[in-house]
Design a protein around this ligand. Structure first.
Ligand code: ZN
Length: 562
């Protein structure tokens, strides 16, 4: 058998596989040949099936149903040690909810009676009769309303004992191996591939570890020691000689390489795509390269070199998985922070375009972060941090502005429609608008950097924002009837929306005539350029709608949105 295999970066999916493989084996054990190629000593593939599952179990432990069961023991120990001092009716209700029934998802009985759990019991401990123990665990109920909680202590203790017996079974080495192993198959691995090996519904092998070994690893060993000189075909990925085209990558989700759909005219030639066992093994590691939280996934194809690829995705993983809750804003924030940290070490000219792959609703979505957009995001760090917590309500949904901004930047879109909407909501439904004018100013600054980045605006045009906003604040002071400013703001917004400079200037002239002051010079300059006009115009309205100091403080106190 060869002593090592060399693997070279390819398209994003293969790169996700390489990232996963290196994550599983440990970066320190890999040799880097050059920026694009790694060398993996074959001895690392010993017990690879254990390493494979351990990686997922360790990384995703918090998300697993297995963890819910074994971690409940801590609660039990707490109540036992404190002699039920803080055991209230709520605690009892929680206990009963935890016990549940076969039909209440998320409960002990539900999990322990599920087909996926049941299939592991004999592997953990033959003839354990564990289900008999589960059956004996019953919710602790009051017979009548007047019954006291402490009258139930013995019964509760008894129930605790039974739960501990079951939790210990699950917590044992083999319990963890097989139960948590099964968990990661369905919560993580299945997001990336399906239909073969332990995810083949017809598999005869009950042990997922053996199944993985037989399906993915044994062929690698056989291939590695075979004489390949007479093989007539070539691996679609690495070009090595292969015997036939029986190995393909149709087991990967949503790649378009579905060989079962032979009628598809586009992929008529898919049966010509075969891969070698090594590349197939790499592909089986795709789920370890991505970062998943429930059914959502993310991968940054930062492919200038293998090290960046590993590092950037590891940063994302630790940021995302250390959060208590998972939502889009957090993912976006994790992406931005990881990329920022990663690129801050590199000279700017080294920045290459970065492909961001998100897995949502069972499909992959792609964005290209151009080096220009990366610079915009990096330079906007302060403004982006400032808007992290703000949002607005629309119909029955709450929108995080940070997320909307990043989405637009990822798609190379400017922020005008968003800024317009925010100003409009501030005017029409201020109760649903959980942000200040100063936040809109930050959006204008980010937008300006974007416009500079794509070459629409010259550099150093920040004075358009400050000038516009200051003019708005000054005008506001001159108006005695503030209600009038509302009507004016509506008209100005309309003019900006339709890009109607005449209408904007008419309104402006009227205002300044009314307060008997000259029109600020800044507006004369803006007439020359659409984007300068919009930037100063929106800043002006933000200034008019700006909070007085006391309002701002009020809003800072409780204004985190939801
Ligand atoms: Zn290959």
């Amino acid at each position: 058998m060869e002593e090592s295999v060399k693997i070279e970066l390819g398209d994003w999916l293969f790169n996700a596989g390489i990232t996963g493989l290196i994550n599983i084996l440990g970066e320190e054990n890999i040799n880097y040949i050059d920026n694009q190629t790694v060398e993996i000593p074959t001895k690392l593939f010993e017990n690879f099936e254990e390493k494979y599952f351990n990686y997922f179990i360790n990384k995703y432990q918090k998300l697993l149903s297995w963890n819910k069961i074994v971690s409940y023991e801590e609660k039990i120990q707490y109540h036992l040690e404190s002699n039920f001092e803080n055991f209230t009716k709520d605690s009892l209700e929680e206990l009963n909810k935890f016990i549940g029934s076969d039909g209440t998802p998320g409960s002990l009985k539900y999990y322990m009676n599920s087909a996926s759990y049941k299939s592991t019991y004999d592997l953990i401990e033959p003839n354990s009769n564990i289900l008999e123990f589960v059956k004996e665990i019953k919710p602790v109920k009051f017979v009548d309303k007047n019954e006291q909680l402490n009258a139930k202590t013995e019964e509760i203790k008894n129930t605790f004992d039974k739960i501990i017996r079951v939790a210990d079974f699950c917590k044992s080495d083999r319990g963890r191996k097989y139960l948590a192993g099964k968990n990661v198959v369905y919560t993580i691995i299945k997001n990336s591939w399906n239909g073969v090996c332990f995810l083949n519904p017809q598999t005869k092998e009950k042990d997922i570890y053996t199944d993985y070994k037989n399906y993915f690893l044994t062929p690698v060993y056989e291939y590695s020691s075979a004489d390949k000189s007479k093989y007539k075909y070539n691996c679609f990925i690495c070009d090595d000689n292969i015997k036939d085209l029986n190995n393909d990558i149709s087991f990967l989700n949503m790649t378009g390489f579905d060989t079962n759909r032979k009628t598809s005219h586009v992929w008529n030639f898919t049966n010509d795509i075969g891969v070698c066992p090594v590349c197939k093994l790499v592909y089986s590691c795709v789920p370890a390269g991505m970062t998943f939280a429930y059914d959502k996934g993310i991968f940054i194809n930062d492919n200038t070199d293998v090290k960046s690829l590993i590092l950037t995705n590891e940063k994302i993983k630790s940021k995302v998985l250390n959060e208590k809750e998972f939502n889009n804003s957090l993912t976006y924030k994790a992406i931005i922070e990881s990329i920022n940290e990663e690129i801050s070490d590199k000279a700017r000219y080294e920045l290459a375009d970065v492909q961001v792959v998100r897995y949502e609703n069972e499909t992959y979505r792609f964005n290209i972060l151009s080096r220009k957009m990366l610079s915009v995001i990096k330079d906007s760090k302060k403004d982006l941090d400032f808007i992290v917590r703000i949002g607005f309500k629309e119909v029955n949904s709450y929108f995080k502005i940070y997320e909307l901004v990043i989405q637009r930047l990822f798609n190379n879109q400017n922020l005008y429609t968003l800024i317009h909407k925010l100003l409009q909501y501030k005017l029409s439904t201020p109760a649903n608008a959980h942000y200040l004018s100063s936040h809109i100013i930050s959006l204008l600054k980010i937008n300006l950097r974007f416009l500079e980045g794509i070459g629409i605006m010259e550099k150093n045009k920040n004075y358009l924002i400050y000038g516009g906003s200051d003019a708005g604040k000054e005008l506001k002071k001159s108006y005695e009837v503030q209600e009038k400013l509302k009507g004016i703001s509506y008209r100005l917004l309309n003019a900006l929306k339709t890009n109607n400079v005449d209408m904007f200037m008419d309104t402006l002239l009227n205002c300044y005539l009314y307060v008997q002051k000259p029109v600020p010079r800044i507006f004369l300059e803006t007439l020359k350029n659409d984007d300068a006009f919009k930037t100063a115009g929106y800043a002006f309205i933000a200034g008019i709608l700006g909070e007085t100091k006391s309002e701002e403080e009020d809003s800072n106190k409780g204004g985190d949105g939801e």
